[in-house]
Design a protein. Sequence first.
Length: 173
Amino acid sequence: MSATSIIESPQYLSLANNIGSFIEYWGFKQVHGKIWTLIFLSPEPVDANFLKQTLGISKALTSMSLKDLLHYNVILEVEKEKPGTQKYKINSDITQVILDIVRSRELTMLQEIHQDCKKLKERSSKANSGQISPTRLAELTNMVTTAQMLLNGMTGCSTVDFASFDQVMSVSE
């Protein structure tokens, strides 16, 4: 069986689709997972043209997807031996890849949510409309702060104080 027929096989396509679905769950697109799978399973680094042709996707989608995967260090550029086509390989340090993604995306999102909580607290204290429970808003802010602390601890940005988890886990009803 040739390499082309293996890549076109139902088994390979199922694997690539499932990895695409998994990586989609993490905020990427399914095509990112398909590209990652193809690069990972390839016996040697591959170029964008190979990815485009094998996956049957446009040059623009290939280029944008590679840019995204490079941005998050999911894949790496292979040093060119001489001027020519850029090739790619996967970043084999999967732990570092996950930690980098959590640092750059999830921690940023949590920071934005934390800022929104603070702004809403300021707004609701001025309006005093009774539409928002100050206690619940404080609990939500505490949850976000604890999630930030946990992710910072997991990613090595800080240490984790588990004492605050008791407060967060006892949210009022």
